[in-house]
Design a protein around this ligand. Structure first.
Ligand code: TYD
Ligand code: MG
Length: 458
């Protein structure tokens, strides 16, 4: 391609085309193509990366392995998500909806880290006064934390080069702009280039960088899917804004396991870690109602017990409603078809609502069986035993498939006082788990037999 040709870039998916059109051919969004003029060369050697120095080649078994040093963030649950603490020189993207607690959480981390090293907290959204007020309100230690209200990346880098902070926080990447570029802040080009410059700084200086990223309605980080490959750790805050609990999940981690989950409660003193998360998601009512059921999920490296609720009700709409909060919609539709075909329970004239209590988002197939059992329980108005835990994947043929870490899930349930477990046949533990009666099933129809035959009294 000729060097100076104008290209058009989709602000939604970052696709490049040579000709303007109303709709992006790649992602189908309308009015998202923006002209990108050839950008002036930024830093020398940056685009083609050629510096004239060839890096040495090493035999793989001769590479020296130094233990990755880790810095504790002061919040053990945050450390867990990062894979055991913050790695110097790493870049961590913290995403989440507005108001979910990103700024507060990172301010807490900054203040905790400030004790031993210098921290530069840069905000493009709040003034130093607002940030300082928050730190004081939360009663955080303030030693070593420097604040800057700035949005131009070159200025931030100049400050950082002088201050040499151990940790740099950028709140948020969408408000930052590279002065040398002419696109608007928040555009894909700006976000990507700003992140690239900050990443380069992190690698060269050994400063750990936190980038705050806002999430769009569709759940993507605004624009920068493109960011994920240059960043070391991507984690998202999850949780209903009206719930007290916040979950921090690693979506990518070069230094640890993905899908690791940290659990926090929001308090007037900031985020507080919850080290025994199963206990909080299980705060069930005294009287168990039909449609309620506890399952054991596997989150990162530990089990998590959560309550699922289903409400099935005669539909008045032409197309019955299916609504799943915390679960994937399409999977629900598929499972309801399996329930009809292999469990002989029809829901085509029923509205089906599913909720995972506590704002947990379930992406695991082990929730299939508990979900269908909760639906069946609500549909037939039969209460399931309060001390029952259920997990298992359901296949299209109505077979119950095994899930990973079945034993650990059972043990977690036993620890929390559950006395019966309905699980896949292939997950049958070789040894008895004390205090736990295990019912292992191979077919959905068999699993449904656990529903009591008589309706509850009253
Ligand atoms: P904030 O950190 O500003 O969210 P974000 O940066 O993700 O948009 O938090 C939103 C509000 O919640 C803010 O007014 C502070 C308040 N908050 C608490 O009072 N306690 C907490 O533990 C947290 C995390 C937030
Ligand atoms: Mg914020």
């Amino acid at each position: 391609m000729a060097k100076n040709k104008t290209v058009y870039v989709c602000s939604a998916c970052d696709a490049e085309v040579g000709k303007w059109a109303g709709q992006c051919a790649d992602c189908g969004q309308w009015n998202t193509l923006e002209e990108r003029r050839p950008e002036p060369a930024l830093l020398p050697g940056r685009r083609d990366g050629y510096s004239g120095v060839v890096t040495p080649v090493q035999a793989i078994d001769e590479v020296e392995l130094a233990e990755t040093p880790r810095i504790s963030t002061g919040l053990a649950e945050f450390d867990r998500v990062l894979g055991g603490g913050l790695v110097p020189g790493s870049v961590v993207l913290v995403g989440g909806d507005p108001g979910v607690g990103k700024s507060t959480g990172l301010l807490q981390v900054s203040c905790a880290l400030g004790g031993g090293r210098r921290v530069l907290y840069v905000s493009g959204e709040e003034s130093p006064r607002q940030i300082a007020m928050r730190a004081r309100r939360l009663g955080l230690p303030q030693e070593g934390v420097m604040l800057q209200a700035e949005t131009v990346v070159e200025n931030i880098l100049a400050t950082a080069a002088e201050l040499k902070p151990g940790v740099l926080v950028i709140d948020s990447i969408q408000t930052m702009q590279v002065g040398a570029l002419n696109s608007a802040p928040g555009s894909v080009t700006q976000v990507r280039e700003a992140a690239a410059l900050l990443t380069r700084f992190a690698k060269q200086s050994g400063t750990a960088v936190f980038l705050v990223g806002h999430v769009t309605k569709s759940g993507d980080l605004a624009g920068p899917r493109v960011l994920e490959h240059i960043i070391d750790v991507v984690c998202y805050f999850e949780g209903n804004l009206d719930s007290r609990y916040r979950l921090l999940r690693a979506a990518k981690n070069r230094y640890g396991a993905v899908n690791e989950l940290g659990v926090f409660a929001m308090t007037d003193k900031g985020l507080r870690e919850i080290s025994n998360p199963s206990a909080i998601f299980l705060s069930r009512q005294e009287e168990i109602t039909p449609g309620s059921l506890v399952t054991a999920l596997w989150e990162g490296s530990r089990p998590l017990l959560v309550e699922l609720q289903a409400l099935v009700d005669q539909s008045r709409a032409e197309i019955p409603r299916r609504l799943a909060v915390g679960l994937e919609h399409n999977r629900l539709a598929m499972l309801l078809a399996v329930l009809h075909r292999h469990g002989r329970l029809a829901t085509y004239d029923q509205d089906v609502f599913i909720n995972v209590v506590g704002g947990v988002r379930v992406s695991e197939t082990s929730a299939d069986l508990p979900l269908l059992l909760a639906v069946a329980s609500s549909l037939r108005n039969r209460t399931l035993p309060a001390d029952l835990v259920v997990f298992g994947e359901v296949g299209l043929a109505g077979e119950i498939r095994p899930v990973l870490n079945g034993q650990e899930r059972l043990r977690e349930a036993a620890k929390h006082g559950f006395k019966q477990a309905l699980i896949p046949k292939a997950n049958q533990p070789p040894e008895k788990i004390p205090g736990m009666e295990v019912i292992a099933v191979g077919k959905l129809a068999q699993a449904l037999e656990i529903l009591p035959a008589t309706p509850p009294v009253g």
